[in-house]
Design a protein around this ligand. Sequence first.
Ligand code: NAD
Ligand code: ZN
Length: 348
Amino acid sequence: MKSQMKALVKSRPEAGLWLEDVPVPTPGINDVLIRVLAAGICGTDLHIHQWDEWAQKTIQVPLVIGHEFVGEIAGIGSNVTDFAIGDIVSGEGHVTCGRCRNCLAGRRHLCAHTMGVGVQRPGAFAEYIVLPMSNIWRHNAKVDLDIAAIFDPFGNAVHTALSFPVLGEDVLITGAGPIGIMAAAVVVHAGARNVVITDVNPQRLDLARKMGVTLAVNTSETRLAEVQKQLGMREGFDVGLEMSGNPSAFREMLTNMSHGAKIAMLGIPSSEMAIEWKEVIFNMLTIKGIYGREMYETWYKMTVMLESGLDISPIITHRFSWRDYQQGFEAMRIGGSGKVILDWRDVQ
Ligand code: NAD
Ligand code: ZN
């Protein structure tokens, strides 16, 4: 086993990300050491690369970043009995405390003291990563490695999309980023009647159309009231999935929901956001905040939906070697991409 490895490190408090040789992490008795095979670049990684205000407040340098990945188990701690060398696994990106009220009650996704992989602890843009065994999801041996690499954001999509029953319902998704588009594929698979997704970026809307949505709507050109008419809808959307973080997208959603509708909010607004609360009250809306994935019900659902024919592969639009990570970040920065994958298989 070598002692040094390649990793993408946020080593200085300024814009940029640097390829460095760092020590291979050592697993503790309850940990698993994973050889990373492929990793996805998340919007969060882009924020850290660009060193925006959020990153400056959140990240302690130096830090190996990245949290979306698949890998092969390369080492296990002495307390670990249910994983074996060679297992193909992904890591749940939220490491929970195990001691708060929610953790003790088995509601780990509601932990009040979550630590983010690649944000508050060393991440996955590296040859190796160490995680507690409680954060490991073992894949079926035949899983596509690129799809397995994006189980983390796919999980955000699934957690949000399945928060409320969608069978036979009219579903509105605001924001056709990678997560919005994967959520659209999930609600189509889960039997929604109409699935309408909105964005202001034509490339993203084209990508969404590959997922079998009823309509992909550019809201800088078309209002949702018109869309409702076009689809023969009279009372508004039954379920809303907010996946843009954009205040005007959310306001447009609120005015187009049916009475008693349910909204799951994943998109993160960059600052305070004013809405017409009377619409929430008089239309008796339920709004639920979503963070991360449910451990491990979401992971189970992802696995079985893929087995039962859900295909999210069109969402992967770019693949690069780890050596060309700057090109991967550039594809993300330009916008319009789906998921960007970094391949870590060929490190010597
Ligand atoms: P993304 O930034 O790629 O996608 C957001 C999309 O919203 C973009 O395509 C953008 O063009 C679109 N948009 C902007 N203005 C719009 C408008 N007025 N109407 C409709 N669409 C509009 O992000 P992503 O990676 O797909 O993630 C989606 C959101 O979820 C982001 O806000 C992200 O920060 C957030 N997120 C939350 C969690 C969580 O656990 N809560 C986890 C991951 C990501
Ligand atoms: Zn906890």
